[in-house]
Ligand binder design. Structure first.
Ligand code: AKB
Length: 314
């Protein structure tokens, strides 16, 4: 029996809720403590330990780490790209302070391992757009991207200076039928499936040819568990790994949905999120993750669309 104790901060969000489910399957319900600023509605939070925590409050996190003798922390609390633009100061405080709290707890020897999510938002308009390499120009132009880029630098610094075992992935847009996303620029790729099922039409807030990197949630969860379970020596990059599965435009996803749902129509009304999307890569080179810890994706646009529609139509 693996008795690793895990604390998930920000467990009720899009990634956190599915991660809680998976980690409880792997490590046992009582060994995985879900926490968030408020309790989520999903079934997974009705069983197993749940704690209210403010990710910006060091003492509260420390108290949980002490109470449960936590070994590993998954820090999923963050303000995403679109919401962060509306509240830059709060986004910076939340995204950075929560990370420092967890890094400092590890520096003090209270936690053994950290997972911290980065994002394709670390890249910016001067980054090569296609097949974006692991190491390249990074001049993010969003608050969210700036916080993720700074966070990556701090992760690497804490690893080099203090030996903190922190591991990270640059998530692309994530798509799931279980939990809706909140406040991102890639959220359209989830909304479109909900609207296809409800109304057979969708008005997209990005323009038709905006190509972005995306991933089905099952793959993202497998990647997250995969990097955390990999042997320490295999994790060569301590800032954050590029990670990729598929790239598509609103027009392309609409065409694939229309194959399953004849008559599906899409229209376009780009808003402020267009500028954010335009500053991001359209495809990502993730050869380092594939080489170092054997990352492989399973889902492409077609297979993901089938699963999304099948489940949303139930
Ligand atoms: C967002 O759109 O803000 C996020 C991300 C790409 O990190 N989904």
């Amino acid at each position: 029996m693996n008795d690793t104790k895990i604390l998930i901060i920000g467990a009720c969000g899009q990634i956190g809720s599915e991660l809680t489910l998976k980690l409880r399957e792997l490590y046992g319900t009582d060994n995985v403590i879900a926490s968030d600023i408020r309790k989520g509605e999903q079934d997974v939070f009705k069983t197993g330990p749940f704690e209210i925590v403010d990710a910006m409050n060091y003492e509260q996190i420390e108290a949980l780490v002490d109470k449960y003798q936590v070994d590993e922390v998954y820090l999923m609390a963050a303000l995403l790209s679109a919401t962060a633009e509306k509240n830059p100061a709060f986004a910076w405080d939340l995204n950075m302070n929560s990370l420092f709290h967890v890094l400092n707890l590890a520096k003090e020897g209270k936690i053994k391992k950290i997972f911290w999510p980065s994002s394709i938002a670390v890249f910016g308009p001067t980054t090569p757009k296609h097949d974006t390499p692991q190491y390249t120009v990074m001049e993010p132009s969003t608050v969210y991207g700036i916080s993720k880029q700074a966070g990556e630098r701090w992760c690497e610094y804490y690893f080099n200076k203090y030996g903190v075992d922190v591991r990270s992935i640059r998530y692309p847009g994530l798509i799931s039928w279980k939990t809706p996303p909140g406040g991102g620029t890639t959220d359209y790729a989830v909304d479109i499936y909900y609207k296809a099922v409800a109304d057979n039409k969708y008005t997209c807030f990005l323009s038709e040819n905006t190509e972005l990197p995306m991933m089905y949630m099952d793959d993202a969860i497998r990647a997250t568990v995969g990097i955390m379970q990999a042997d320490k020596e295999k994790i060569k990059i301590r800032s954050s790994y590029n990670l990729s599965a598929m790239s598509f435009t609103p027009k392309e996803i609409a065409a694939v949905i229309a194959k399953e749902k004849p008559g599906f129509e899409i229209s376009y009304e780009p808003d402020f999120r267009q500028a954010i999307a335009d500053s991001w890569p359209s495809s990502i080179n993730d050869s380092e993750a594939r080489k170092d810890w054997n990352w492989q994706h399973n889902y492409d646009l077609e297979s993901m669309t089938k699963v999304m529609l099948e489940n949303l139509m139930k």
